[in-house]
Each structure stands twice: as structure tokens, then as C-alpha cells.
Design a protein around this ligand. Sequence first.
Ligand SMILES: Cc1cc2nc3c(=O)[nH]c(=O)nc-3n(C[C@H](O)[C@H](O)[C@H](O)COP(=O)(O)OP(=O)(O)OC[C@H]3O[C@@H](n4cnc5c(N)ncnc54)[C@H](O)[C@@H]3O)c2cc1C
Length: 346
Amino acid sequence: MVDYIVVGLGLAGISFCETLEANKKTFVVFDDGKNQSSSVSGGMYNPVILKRFSLCWDAKDQLKTALPFYKNLEQKLGVTIDHKLPVYRKFTSVQEQNLWFEASDKPHLEYFLNPKILTNTNPSINANYGLGEVLHTGIINVKLLMTAYRSHLQTLKQIVEKPFEYSQVKCTEDGIEYGNIKAKYLVFAEGFGMKANPYFNQLPLDGNKGELLTIKAPRLKLNAVLKSSIFIIPLGDATYRVGATYDFHDKGINITNAAREALEEKLSKLISCDYEVLDHIAGIRPTVKDRRPLVGRHATYKNIAVLNGLGTRGVMIGPTVALALFKHLEHDLDLPSEIDIARFKT
Ligand SMILES: Cc1cc2nc3c(=O)[nH]c(=O)nc-3n(C[C@H](O)[C@H](O)[C@H](O)COP(=O)(O)OP(=O)(O)OC[C@H]3O[C@@H](n4cnc5c(N)ncnc54)[C@H](O)[C@@H]3O)c2cc1C
């Protein structure tokens, strides 16, 4: 008998498992390794929407939970995953500079926006109107986190690296049975894989495909994240992540020439130095129409719950919503209405 069966070991699953471990709950995870999203994530945490210069939903509180959460994981797993890096937003006009000044004066944004316009001194970057600096931002090395967390669970013999078969679930008076495993709760953290889940596939998970390039550019010499119509994220050793694309229509995880061309076209406007493309990857972000996570118990099977819809910002949102679900299941605390799947019931 375990307390929980968790399905999925991306950012949502790791956030939930880690919350279980912190609260001394027993669990087993199923993950089929067909990672859709977390394994290709840029890993950035940035509380500011850089199109409109506004704060993301609940960003300050989410960061307050997320940063200690990743720090704890670093200590526990013996890896360095949190790399603090500023984000520089390229301005394209005087009007944008003025909007930045205005935004940096707003009470909730002044903590995150440096009001000064930085002059671009990097000859490999085209930014005549200068750059705005976002503070308290960084990159989580999600791939390393996933590898280290998976190996931690392998050591504890708490992971089954196979697809979870929905048809094998039995709901009993005390909880759940799955083959010879008995559990109090079953939590699905399947990302876009939820589309195949008969318990929750009626929820409005849209999915948004994203593609990224890895490039090598020895002359770029960039040591902050650069944002214009795309991001350039330094990875070390003169390599960079470039992306991403957003596609609501294509739900396949194959890479496409169209995305590569679109990314390279934008890149050629942003930098003037040579580069070589080393890699090209794709994944599906688990996005929801109202841009809020999908969290809560099944309407009929109260011991089955979902943790999904982390959208474009899984790094920041994951730890907060995992904790909210845990408190809901264990202590019967209400979920915030904006993340509760009850909002979609008619
Ligand atoms: C190109 C791209 C760039 C991104 N950049 C950023 C960024 O910079 N910062 C940021 O915060 N977010 C970013 N995101 C978004 C972020 O990656 C997602 O919010 C997050 O990964 C969602 O995590 P998840 O655990 O819900 O889903 P997933 O990562 O998809 O994990 C779900 C897991 O469940 C498994 N699974 C599903 N069904 C089953 C089953 N039946 N049996 C067994 N296993 C199953 C899957 O194989 C997978 O391993 C990006 C996404 C993309 C695609």
C-alpha cells in the first residue's frame, strides 16, 4: 500500500512528488519517458510579460515558492540547476522605451524592472534602441533536474518506466487499485498526454507546439538572456538556445523546416555574427484556453486528481500548484478558484 500513484514525471510530476517526499508520503510514479514538454523546456523563470510589460499572473508569490523549492532539490540531488541570469529586452523604438519607463514606475513592477535603458555594447547584437533589464530572473536546467530526479526515484525503486494503463484502474472504498498496487490517491500529471486520459480528457487542454534550436556562436559572447521576438538563452561553451515558436494547430512532436526557417529569420535580424545550428527540438506545452492550470479531483472518483495546464511557465507555476493540490487532498483546503477544474463544470 502506498499513499499515492503519480502518473507523469515532467515538471508537474516532479513538483508533486517532491511535495509528497517533503511531507513523508509514500508513492510510486509511472512515466513512459515520452516526454512532451519539460525535456525541451527553455527552463526560464521570468515574472514579466515582455510583450506588454506587465506582471504574469501570481508571479511574485510563485517565485517565492519556486526558488526555495529548486534550491532544496539542488541540495538533495547534488546538482546545480538554478542559474541566475538577467533577461534583456531589446527595444525597437523610442515609444517602447517610454512604455518601459512607465511600467518600471508601477508599484508591482518596480521590483523586477531596472528603469535605466542599457546601451548595447555587444557588436554581435543589433539593438540600436537599447535594452531593458528584468531582474530576479534565471534558468532552471530542467533536463538535468529530470535526469537527476528520475535516477533518485530509480534508486528508491519508486518509478515504473512504462505507460500507465487506464483500463487497469479500480476505484475501491479506500482508494485505488492498479494491478497489485493499492493507493489512497491517483494523481495524473501527464502534460499533453492527458488528451488520452478518459478521466480528464473532457477538460479544455489545447496544447501549443514549441520548437527550439541550439546554436554555437563563438562571437556572440552573451551572458544574459536576450529577448526580442525570440529568446536567446546562454547554455555555456558558446552554445545558446534559440526560440521558441508557438503553434496551436500542429499537435505532433516532430521538428519542422518551417519552424527552423522562422527561427533563423528572426535570429538573423537579432544577431550579426556567424552561428551553426547544433540541434532542433520540439514539444507540446500543456496550455489551457483561460491560461490557468487544471488542478483538482475528479467529479465522481474523488481519489483521482489532475495536475496539469502549466502552459508556457511550468518552472514558476509547478511548485505552487503542486502544493495547492496536496493541501486540497490531504487537508481538504479549497483550491484557488482560478486553478480548480470545477470552473469548467456546467
Ligand atoms: C519549446 C518549449 C519551450 C518552453 N520553455 C519554457 C520556459 O523557458 N520556461 C517555462 O517555465 N516553461 C517553458 N515551457 C513550458 C513547460 O515546459 C511546461 O509548462 C511543462 O513542461 C509542463 O510540464 P508537465 O509535467 O505538465 O508535462 P510534460 O513535461 O509533458 O510531462 C508529462 C509526462 O507524463 C508522461 N505521461 C503522459 N501520459 C502517460 C501515461 N499514460 N503513462 C505514463 N506516462 C505518461 C509523459 O511521457 C511525460 O513524461 C516550454 C515548453 C516548450 C514546448
